[in-house]
Design a protein around this ligand. Structure first.
Ligand code: PMM
Length: 272
């Protein structure tokens, strides 16, 4: 199968790049469907911002934001993922037909998460994580970021499998930007083979992230989030050409196009 595009649908007032735009349920559903029309295979719905320094929302608020959107997208025949670290939210959205749980804590934030997903037969994206938003800056300390991220992600993989999540329903993500500096992010991207060696499909999630703003901006002004889509799409294409399972992006059309061009150039397009 070719690289999947996961369209980001943040139903939050404060996400770093699209916060506030899709808080209204109807607007969120319409945006999800628009991303499907552009070629997204999965819509990743989030009700809690993971932006560095953001505060947590309570469980009821998070569920109230995402459940109606998930239900409507599922009813429309869309494959839905939900970005949550909470087992209760995972249970609620799997109940209304979500296929994927995208857990940025890799099962570490909520001790009930892995068994909840396993019991309900959910598919699971497990991400490398070192603490909630307010703590993660202080945790961006590594001797060898590639080796440590690979090792810690392998532990998440093993915990998910031990809890009973099916091997064919597991995807790994190194968590670009989570407890990582720009240099750490680039090192991980440059040494992606260390993640391929973990033996599972991988998700690339770089869309509009701060390290791209730093790369493209000036010393005192990073490029704003909405002007990071060309670099995001280029990375989608480059990683699709080397067989990445999926890319999680805001601008679906740009990545779909970049993936088509890059995989054709690399001779992989017959896999699409
Ligand atoms: N990044 C964000 C949110 N969810 N999920 C996964 N699996 N990987 C990520 O890197 C990731 C994520 C950051 O916030 P955004 O939704 O505003 O991009």
């Amino acid at each position: 199968m070719g690289t999947q595009v996961l369209g980001i649908l943040n139903v939050t007032p404060d996400s770093f790049s699209d916060g506030g735009r899709w808080v209204d349920t109807e607007a969120a559903i319409a945006h999800g469907l628009a991303m499907v029309a552009e070629g997204a295979a999965i819509i990743d719905v989030g009700g809690e911002s993971t932006r560095p320094d953001s505060d947590r929302v309570d469980e009821a608020t998070e569920a109230a934001r995402v459940v109606p959107v998930v239900r409507a997208l599922v009813d429309a025949g869309v494959q839905v993922s939900v970005d949550t670290t909470r087992a209760s939210v995972a249970a609620a959205v799997l109940e209304v037909g979500a296929t994927w749980i995208n857990d940025v804590s890799g099962g570490l934030a909520d001790p009930g998460m892995l068994t909840t997903v396993a019991r309900r037969g959910g598919s699971y994206i497990t991400m490398h994580w070192r603490g909630h938003a307010r703590e993660m800056g202080a945790n961006a300390v590594y001797d060898d970021v590639v080796a440590e991220v690979a090792r810690e992600l392998a532990a998440c993989r093993d915990a998910a499998l031990a809890a009973g999540i099916a091997p064919d329903k597991l995807v790994l993500d190194p968590g670009i930007g989570f407890a990582k500096t720009a240099a750490h992010n680039w090192a991980i991207l440059q040494h992606w083979d260390a993640l391929d060696a973990l033996g599972f499909p991988l998700l690339l999630a770089v869309s509009r992230k701060r390290f791209l703003g730093t790369l493209l901006g000036t010393a005192d002004a990073p490029r704003p989030p909405h002007e990071r889509d060309t670099a995001t799409a280029w990375l989608s294409g480059a990683f699709a050409a080397r067989g990445v399972w999926g890319v999680r992006v805001h601008d679906v059309r740009a990545s779909v196009d970049a993936i088509a061009a890059a995989t054709t150039l690399a001779g992989r397009s017959e896999e699409r």
